[in-house]
Design a protein around this ligand. Structure first.
Ligand code: PMP
Length: 454
């Protein structure tokens, strides 16, 4: 489709006047994106890019996937909105199909509009059910952006200097690469010089001990409403925990009266490859699961899934949400689940993800700027360092590498507490040919960088 809209220069002018100054530019020369098709994005001049970031893990089955677009069109022409005071077939079909993907008693769904809203509601449910008020998340986590979520989110870059609600605590981050105790993780790539435990990793006990300390010394009365954790930390650059940590953390939190909330906003919907949900890799069934991003392939849709028992603690006040679970979002959500099944996207994440991480590990052998390769399925990261150290790569050189990758036709994400992580979370439909292209682009960018630093 031909581009229509303001020119690049006009977007610069509008940005300076009408766009909040807090919005950052990923690139030195920003992109104007006009169109998308499956794993491809096109800029205003028609230049094609391989999308390795999927709108931050959001485009799960492919940009403008024909089946999802068709489902949305059909609904758009039928009914947009009623508020959920009536029964609507799309919503009923969808919640039944979505919960069929969950184990145990996770059968009740609240449909909402964003991950922030889902986690906010999860806090409310946990407090209502347990009668406790304190909530814990892991250091450097991201769970949303609102005046409440800014407390749970523990990455300074996303926390405005405002007072956040009392009763939110941050537990030590069990990070095998940058943490003080090392550790081994559930990944093809292992942390250099780390242990290689069979079964649970010994270091997980040290972090569990720290969590216990927090529960006993910082949480008043030793009672807690919930622990929130992702199965693999997303925004912080694909941090995978030592084996056994999540299972033991859930057990411990239960002893202190709390629920375990799995934030599957990034890790869900088959992206991990060998499981549909990230929490399955940890051998647990959470009490509450929050979903967003990939659930709607880019359409505003999010959800909180829990048990009837927990949901029953929240019946004293009516629940109302104008747009949560509108018929268009539900039609999209159902089509996304169907596409994942019909196109075997979970299996593709497993196979293409394995191919990708092996190629990245091979790159690591020749480029000393790659300190760590990690991830699972199609959720991967490269931790860029000053060669020979674990110090995060300096910002100017990181920015040059990022720009070079873009100029060579691939879009990649950034992340991590120090902003030195390259994040790879493409639409789940990418294939090995795309991986080969991505690897050649990365290789070229790192070559230029290495030449510069020698
Ligand atoms: N949880 C996680 C793990 C996320 O990565 C994000 C978004 N980056 C959120 C919650 C918040 O989602 P949203 O931006 O839809 O509010």
């Amino acid at each position: 489709n031909k581009y229509y809209g303001p020119s690049f220069q006009e977007t610069e002018r509008i940005k300076s006047v009408n766009i909040p100054p807090v919005m950052f530019n990923l690139y030195k020369k920003p992109l104007v994106i006009h169109q998308g098709h499956m794993q491809w994005l096109f800029d205003h001049q028609g230049r094609r890019y391989l999308d390795l970031f999927g709108g931050i893990v959001t485009v799960s089955v492919g940009h403008c996937h024909p089946k999802v677009s068709a489902a949305l069109h059909k609904q758009i022409d039928t009914l947009w909105h009623t508020t959920n005071i009536y029964r609507h077939p799309r919503i009923y079909e969808y919640v039944e199909k979505l919960t069929a993907k969950f184990p145990g008693d996770l059968k009740v769904v609240y449909l909402v509009n964003s991950g922030t809203e889902a986690n906010d509601l999860a806090i409310l449910l946990a407090k209502a059910y347990t009668g406790n008020h304190d909530v814990i998340s892991l250091q450097s986590s991201y769970h949303g952006y609102s005046s409440v979520m800014m407390g749970l989110t523990a990455q300074q870059a996303y926390r405005a200097p405002i007072p956040v609600p009392a009763g939110i605590h941050h537990a030590m981050l069990p990070d095998p690469y940058r943490g003080i105790w090392g550790g081994c993780r559930d990944s093809l790539s292992q942390v250099p010089n780390s242990c290689s435990c069979i079964g649970d990793c010994d270091t997980s006990d040290k972090y569990i001990h720290q969590l216990k300390e927090l529960l006993e010394n910082s949480v008043p009365a030793g009672k807690v409403a919930a622990l929130f954790a992702e199965s693999i930390q997303g925004v912080n650059g694909t941090v995978q925990f030592p084996k056994g940590y999540i299972r033991k953390a859930k057990e411990l939190i239960g002893k202190y009266g709390g629920l375990f909330v799995a934030d599957e906003v990034q890790t869900g919907f088959g992206r991990m490859g060998d499981a549909f949900w990230g929490f399955e890799n940890h051998g647990i069934i959470p009490d509450i699961v929050t979903l967003a991003k990939g659930i709607g392939n880019g359409f505003p849709l999010a959800a909180v899934v829990t048990t009837k028992e927990i949901a029953s603690a929240h019946t004293k006040a009516s629940y109302f949400n104008t747009f949560g679970g509108n018929p268009m979002a539900a039609a999209v959500g159902k089509a996304v689940l169907e596409v994942i099944e019909e196109e075997n996207l979970q299996q593709n994440c497993k196979e293409t993800g394995k191919y990708f991480i092996e190629k990245l590990m091979a790159l690591q052998k020749i480029h000393h700027v790659i300190g760590d390769v990690r991830g699972k399925g199609l959720m991967l990261s490269l931790d860029l360092v000053e060669p020979g150290t674990k110090d995060p790569l300096n910002k100017p050189q990181f920015a040059n590498i990022l720009e070079m990758i873009k100029d060579s036709g691939a879009l990649i994400g950034t992340g991590g507490r120090w902003g030195n992580i390259l994040r790879i979370k493409p639409p789940m439909c990418i294939n090995k040919e795309d991986v080969d292209f991505a690897i050649s682009v990365l290789d070229q960018a790192f070559n230029t960088h290495s030449k510069k630093t020698i």
